[in-house]
Design a binder for this molecule. Structure first.
Ligand SMILES: [Zn+2]
Length: 322
């Protein structure tokens, strides 16, 4: 009887935990509608794509981002609000490389039918993309924004397609894209410098899922995730045991949860490996809430922007590992 009661309590607890998780990670987009008077009505998927299209589009483009802060793009499914926004859109921008796993078919079909739907990662030269080792066979790793220098290539797709849709705005799109590109390159240089503060032997990043290979590759960090490249595949017991052993062998000081992935899995690994979990959740596949401005090391930034999200991640990683 007691066992049964404990079982029920655990199940209820897990259910409540899941519910809180869902409530905190509601998709934001779709409900407000496009602003009137805009030249182009664009729908975007992930928050990083939304940030880029808004920056390039300026006031000429009204943007509805389907995925809100902390929403996992791998598992996002089209809601009725999202579908209403998609119906009214002149253009759709998505990240691509199968990041939007559950939306992929809808996006590809629309791209073929209407020719108004674009994957921004098509702007990145194929030889610069990474191929994950095991799962995701035949596909590239979609988490390209981990390296701002690579992410900057995506601007080319946004500028070219917006300019074709709205030629009168072309000059403005180009100008704003150049400003944004400059910011991304500055971020890349800042990150490069800051990451060298972590001693060589401690440059190991363990997180909830394999979202940081591009970041690791660009800045010389070894990267391990509990789950694979997509959060749609669960980590098996063996994966977990391997990761625990790895953490112990490498004597890591800290491992990191992610804002768009339930932290339970990484916490369980940390408990087993007796390693600290960072209080800073890394923004892997989604930015923070807009207007979430923080001050760190005498600098302030908004974690609800791409640049702010990256600064947060880099500061958290450097301070946690050095
Ligand atoms: Zn991911």
């Amino acid at each position: 009887m007691i066992k049964k009661v404990i079982g029920i309590v655990i199940v209820l607890g897990a259910f409540a935990g899941g519910l809180v998780w869902l409530l905190n990670n509601e998709p934001a987009g779709g409900s407000e509608g496009f602003s009137e008077g805009a030249e182009v009505r664009a729908v975007t998927t992930s928050t990083m794509v939304t940030d880029m299209v808004k920056a390039v589009g300026g006031e000429r483009v009204s943007v509805i981002g389907l995925m809100g802060p902390n929403v996992d793009p791998h598992s996002f499914q089209v809601t009725s609000a999202a579908s209403a926004a998609l119906k009214k859109a002149d253009m759709v921008f998505y990240s691509g490389l199968h990041l939007e796993g559950k939306m992929q078919e809808i996006l590809e079909k629309r791209a073929a039918d209407k020719k108004d739907t674009f994957a921004v990662t098509d702007g990145i030269p194929k030889e610069m993309l990474l191929k994950p080792a095991e799962e995701f066979v035949g596909y590239y790793d979609p988490h390209v924004w981990g390296n701002p220098e690579l992410w900057a290539y995506c601007l080319n797709v946004v500028v070219a397609t917006l300019s074709e849709q709205d030629p009168d705005g072309a000059e403005g799109y180009k100008k704003r894209a150049e400003i944004y590109r400059q910011e991304l390159l500055e971020l890349h240089a800042w990150t490069k410098k800051r990451m060298t503060e972590v001693p060589q032997g401690q440059r190991v990043l363990v997180t909830s899922h394999d979202a940081f290979f591009y970041l690791g590759n660009a800045y010389g960090f070894e990267v391990r995730g509990l789950q694979g490249v997509s959060t749609n595949s669960e980590a098996g017991l063996k994966d977990r045991a391997d990761l625990v052993r790895f953490i112990q062998q490498r004597q890591l000081k800290m491992i990191f949860p992610e804002s768009s992935v339930n932290a339970k899995g990484i916490q369980a690994v940390a408990d087993e490996a007796k390693v600290e979990v960072s209080e800073d959740k890394l923004f892997s596949d989604a930015m923070g809430k807009p207007g979430d401005v923080v001050e760190r090391n005498g600098e302030s930034y908004d974690r609800g922007t791409y640049i702010g999200m990256m600064k947060h991640n880099v500061n958290a990683i450097v301070e946690g590992l050095k």
